[in-house]
Design a binder for this molecule. Structure first.
Ligand code: NAD
Length: 473
């Protein structure tokens, strides 16, 4: 069993003051595979002090110097692509293809930040004033378990590009990925304190970060419930926040859509990252006039979707990350049945051929009403709802009848019609007749899916604040 006993503070790997040991599991086997020694409040304060000491010199670095640091990091992360991938397959159960994409996200975001930084104008004019975009200050970066290495790298990439020293608090459940990332940061030889990484609990390390007066900015990816706690904790010191939270994204299939193309994409959107994705399209809106044909295709597509262990090359859906998450998904399946939704495929329990591991049967409910719990709450597993609608106006109204607003999907044979519908959906990002990713496009949500945007120039500006200089002529 592997034991991870050190954190990265002040440019070194050090043993934390905290002594609590946290079990790490292989979710495909329900087996303990390691332990991580958790940092505590005292470690968090030490990391903040290290970042604070690094902040002033970092804010004075030139663009070229920051690009240099980012290039070093990029090279070291890229060198560990396979190790990041294997760590996420092991501790998170990500199917190989998904793990590969997540590891690529880590490298790509560093490359993107370099390109953005190259052409970004930090100085501009506003009337007679000179405006300089200044780093906000020390940043606390908090990541979830569903793409830990990727989020650490994307948040650090833009914080560093902006000139913000940071303290990263990764998810407790992702210590293997974090350890590989720390290796890369050490090898990159960044100045001490510019980035600090410590695994610890949200209630301890997280709370210190979100309330400490020397932390100016929090960039958080995680649940809406914790996002709200972070807003409250940061209010006292007026922290700037970027909150990337949950979702219950609608997929609108319009009546002219080519179902043979649209349905497989809708199902893939629902099952992204084994259903454990903030942007998963979990509410599929289908015209009542074509409901039987759509349902039949949905059922066939889902039943052909392979659930399996990460080393099963054909697997699309892996296990849930933890027993708690598995039980939560099972509870939601029971909730759907109890509410009177019709089970189209799947249901409670494990797939027949996977008696061990936190695997879930890919499940689709139909005749779901949007006021049902399964249509309103983020389940975070491969459980989808089909909601019939009578006309376009009703589809838009159902799509927007949610507290979330992260992403939306529209499928139609008529792109202009799909774009008109997309215009009406309240969400930070819409995919029209596609499932794609654009790393330079702003990413983030409206309503309770978050505050602010990440990625590209928007991601850089999330760590900057304008300072106006007015000079006597
Ligand atoms: P979570 O909110 O439970 O935890 C996220 C992180 O916050 C972890 O590192 C955790 O330790 C920390 N944390 C917990 N309590 C805290 C506190 N009081 N103060 C500070 N930090 C605290 O989320 P999770 O279960 O790890 O991840 C799944 C959630 O993340 C889902 O809701 C998903 O939608 C969301 N998510 C959103 C995005 C996005 O970009 N919008 C991306 C991925 C995941």
């Amino acid at each position: 069993m592997r034991k991870i006993e050190r954190v990265y503070v002040g440019g070194k790997r050090v043993v934390p003051h905290g002594t609590e040991l946290f079990h790490l599991y292989n979710p495909s086997e329900e087996k303990i595979i390691g332990q991580v020694r958790l940092a505590d409040e005292q470690d968090a304060r030490a990391a903040i002090a290290a970042a604070k000491a690094a902040q002033a010199p970092l804010s004075r670095t030139s663009k070229a110097e920051r690009i240099d640091m980012l290039r070093q990091l990029h090279a070291e992360i890229e060198r560990r692509h396979k190790a990041i991938m294997l760590a996420s397959m092991l501790e998170y159960g990500a199917p190989a293809k998904r793990a590969e994409a997540a590891a690529r996200h880590a490298t790509q975001s560093l490359a993107d930040a370099i390109e953005i930084l190259k052409s970004y104008e930090f100085e501009r004019k506003a009337g007679t004033a000179d405006v300089v975009m200044r780093p906000i200050g020390v940043a606390g970066l908090i990541t979830p378990w569903n793409s830990n290495a990727g989020f650490i790298c994307s948040k650090v990439a833009y914080a560093l590009a902006a000139g913000c020293a940071s303290i990263v608090k990764p998810s407790e459940m992702s210590a293997f990925q974090t350890d590989v990332v720390i290796d890369a940061f050490l090898a990159a030889g960044l100045p001490p304190g510019v980035v600090n990484i410590l695994t610890g609990r949200g209630e301890t390390v997280g709370t210190v970060l979100t309330s400490h007066p020397d932390v100016a900015k929090i960039s958080f990816t995680g649940s809406t419930a914790v996002g709200k706690q972070i807003l409250r904790a940061g209010a006292e010191t007026c922290k700037r926040v970027t909150l990337e939270l949950g979702g219950k994204s609608p997929t609108i299939i319009l009546d002219d859509a080519n179902l043979e193309k649209a349905i497989p994409m809708a199902i893939a959107a629902g099952f992204i990252n084994s259903g454990q994705a903030c942007l998963a399209g979990t509410r599929i809106l289908v015209p009542r006039s074509i409901q039987p044909a759509a349902e039949e295709l949905i059922r066939r597509t889902v039943e052909a979707t392979r659930v399996g262990r990460p080393d099963d090359a054909d697997a699309v859906i892996g296990p849930m990350v933890s027993q708690k998450q598995w039980e939560r998904v099972q509870r939601y399946i029971r909730t759907g049945v109890a509410a009177g939704a019709r089970l189209l495929t799947g249901g409670e329990g494990r797939p027949k051929d996977l008696p061990r591991g936190w695997f879930v049967r890919p499940t689709v409910f139909t005749d779901v009403r949007n006021d049902m719990q399964i249509a309103q709450e983020e389940i975070f597993g491969p459980v989808l709802s089909v909601l019939p609608y009578d006309n376009e106006e009703e589809a838009i109204s159902i799509a927007n009848d949610t507290t979330y607003g992260l992403q939306g999907y529209v499928f139609s044979a008529d792109t202009q019609r799909a774009l008109r519908v997309a215009e009406e959906i309240e969400a930070g990002r819409i995919q029209v007749n596609t499932l794609t990713h654009e790393p330079l496009a702003p990413f983030g949500g409206v309503k309770q899916s978050g505050i602010g945007r990440e990625n590209g120039v928007y991601g850089l500006e999330a760590f900057l604040e304008p300072k106006a200089i007015l000079t006597a002529i």
